[in-house]
Design a protein around this ligand. Structure first.
Ligand code: MN
Length: 241
C-alpha cells in the first residue's frame, strides 16, 4: 500500500492519529470518502482528501478551498493517508509530525467526473463532484509546473467549476466550525488537551463587542494561557449551553 511515507513520519505510540493497519480499501467506487481537515500545525492549512484505491489521496491547501470559480487555490500533494484518518479530529502532540490541532472541516462523498481516475491523476487534471456539507458541486484539481514540484511534492490548483453551487463568498472564513462536532479549533484544543492559544489563531478573529458580551467573553477565555486551562475549562462548562 502507499502508506509507507505516512507511517515513517509518525510515532503511533505518541500521536493519536490512526496507523492505518485496520482497513484495506475495497475499491468500492459507489461511496468514495471526501474530507477536508483544517489543521493548525506550523502553518494553518486545509488537508483536502479523496478516497482512491484504498487510501486517501491528500493535498495541503494553505488558504483552504474557495467556492468562487475565479479563485484558484494552491494545493500541495502530500503523502497518502489511511482511510480511517477521515474521522480524525483532535490534537497531534507538539514535537510530533504535524503537531497541532486537527478539525474535520467538511466531510461527505465524492464522484469522479473524469472517466479514468488513474489516468486523470497521472495527467494532472482530475475533475470530480463533491457531496459535502460545505462543499458541493463540480471541481477540478490541476497539476501545475510551478514551484514545489522539485521536492517530490507536486503542486496543484484546486478550482471550483462554474455551476449552481458556485458562490462569491469566503466559505473558509464564513464557516469555521467542525462538520463533525461543530467546534472551533480552540474548542477542540481545549477539550483534547492541546495548545488553545495556538489553535485559536486558526479561528476567525474575535469581533469586538460591548463589555459583558457572553460570546466575546467565552472566546477571550478560550485564548487564556495554558496554565489557566483548568480554570477556564470549568468556567466554560458552567457558562455554555
Ligand atoms: Mn496537515
Amino acid at each position: 500500500m502507499a502508506l509507507n511515507e505516512y507511517r515513517k513520519k509518525r510515532d503511533f505510540s505518541v500521536t493519536p492519529e490512526p496507523s492505518g493497519d485496520g482497513r484495506a480499501g475495497e475499491g468500492n467506487t459507489a461511496r468514495l470518502i471526501y474530507v477536508v481537515q483544517k489543521h493548525r500545525a506550523t502553518q494553518l492549512h486545509y488537508d483536502f482528501r479523496l478516497e482512491w484505491s484504498g487510501t486517501l489521496l491528500s493535498w495541503a491547501v494553505p488558504k483552504g478551498p474557495s467556492v468562487d470559480p475565479s479563485v484558484k487555490r494552491l494545493a500541495m500533494q502530500v503523502e497518502d493517508h489511511p482511510i480511517d484518518y477521515a474521522n480524525f479530529e483532535g490534537v497531534i502532540p507538539e514535537g510530533e509530525y504535524g503537531g497541532g490541532t486537527v478539525m474535520v472541516w467538511d466531510k461527505g462523498t465524492w464522484e469522479p467526473e473524469s472517466p479514468d481516475v488513474d489516468a486523470a491523476l497521472k495527467k494532472g487534471d482530475l475533475k470530480f463532484s463533491l457531496h459535502g456539507e460545505k462543499l458541493i458541486g463540480s471541481w477540478v484539481l490541476v497539476r501545475t509546473r510551478g514551484f514545489g514540484s522539485s521536492s517530490g511534492r507536486s503542486s496543484w490548483l484546486l478550482i471550483k467549476h462554474r455551476d449552481q453551487f458556485a458562490l462569491e463568498r469566503d466559505i473558509a472564513g464564513d464557516e469555521p466550525r467542525s462538520a463533525l462536532t461543530n467546534r472551533l479549533l480552540a474548542e477542540i484544543a481545549r477539550d483534547e488537551g492541546g495548545d488553545v492559544e495556538k489553535a485559536a489563531t486558526g479561528d476567525p478573529p474575535v469581533k469586538k463587542a460591548a463589555t459583558g458580551d457572553r460570546a466575546a467573553e467565552k472566546a477571550a477565555s478560550s485564548r487564556a494561557p495554558k496554565s489557566k486551562k483548568a480554570g477556564v475549562r470549568k468556567h466554560q462548562r458552567s457558562s455554555s449551553r
